[in-house]
Design a binder for this molecule. Structure first.
Ligand SMILES: CC(C)(COP(=O)(O)OP(=O)(O)OC[C@H]1O[C@@H](n2cnc3c(N)ncnc32)[C@H](O)[C@@H]1OP(=O)(O)O)[C@@H](O)C(=O)NCCC(=O)NCCS
Length: 163
């Protein structure tokens, strides 16, 4: 089982911030399904939006940067449902893909959303966009299903105690 620490982007030290954005800026569409500079711009844009949060995940064992994920109100044309969120920007450092980091990030996001549902006293609905079959399988295992009529968009509802 992979153990991760989750740090909100705005709590990183200056050095961690530089290392995180160096990883992001270096991404390529072929290797990471992201254009690095565009993804960096997307992250900076969401960092300025109240309520939107990006987490940076580190391996608890080595402290190495492992991945990232964001809960935001709007991802381009995809708008979160009322009182819900869009999950975006899920990415794992290429060198550690296929080792359970993505699943660990999703377990962490899962518990964060259950906590939000408990705090607000009603279920939280989440939307995401995905076209990477590995990612889609990962999301489906956690209870996401495709939204009828909107190709590539998936949803899950986090109830107060069970999904
Ligand atoms: C999609 C992504 C986040 C998954 O993270 P990961 O750390 O590689 O995933 P995990 O190691 O936790 O594996 C999750 C599942 O996918 C499978 N898997 C992982 N890499 C795979 C690969 N290259 N081919 C086939 N299956 C793979 C694993 O076996 C596991 O399935 P299992 O639980 O049935 O064994 C990661 O590959 C990534 O960052 N990809 C590029 C960016 C991206 O596509 N992000 C998603 C945007 S929607």
């Amino acid at each position: 089982m992979v153990d991760l620490s989750a740090c909100p982007l705005d709590t990183l030290t200056a050095d961690e911030h530089v290392a995180f954005f160096a990883w992001i800026e270096g991404m390529t569409v072929d290797g990471d399904r992201e254009d690095g500079p565009a993804f960096a711009g997307w992250l900076r844009e969401h960092a300025a939006i109240p309520g939107d949060v990006t987490w940076v995940f580190y391996s608890q064992g080595s402290g190495a940067l492992a991945g990232t994920a964001s809960l935001i109100r709007r991802d381009r044309s995809l708008l979160a449902p009322a009182d819900g969120w869009v999950l975006g920007g899920v990415n794992v450092v290429a060198a550690v893909r296929g080792q359970g980091v993505g699943a660990a990030i999703m377990r962490w996001i899962d518990s964060e959303l259950r906590q939000r549902a408990r705090k607000q006293g009603r279920p939280v609905r989440v939307l995401l966009q995905a076209d990477n079959p590995v990612a889609v399988r990962l999301y489906e295992r956690l209870g996401y299903h495709s939204v009828d009529g909107i190709p590539g968009v998936y949803t899950a509802v986090y109830a107060l105690d069970a999904k």
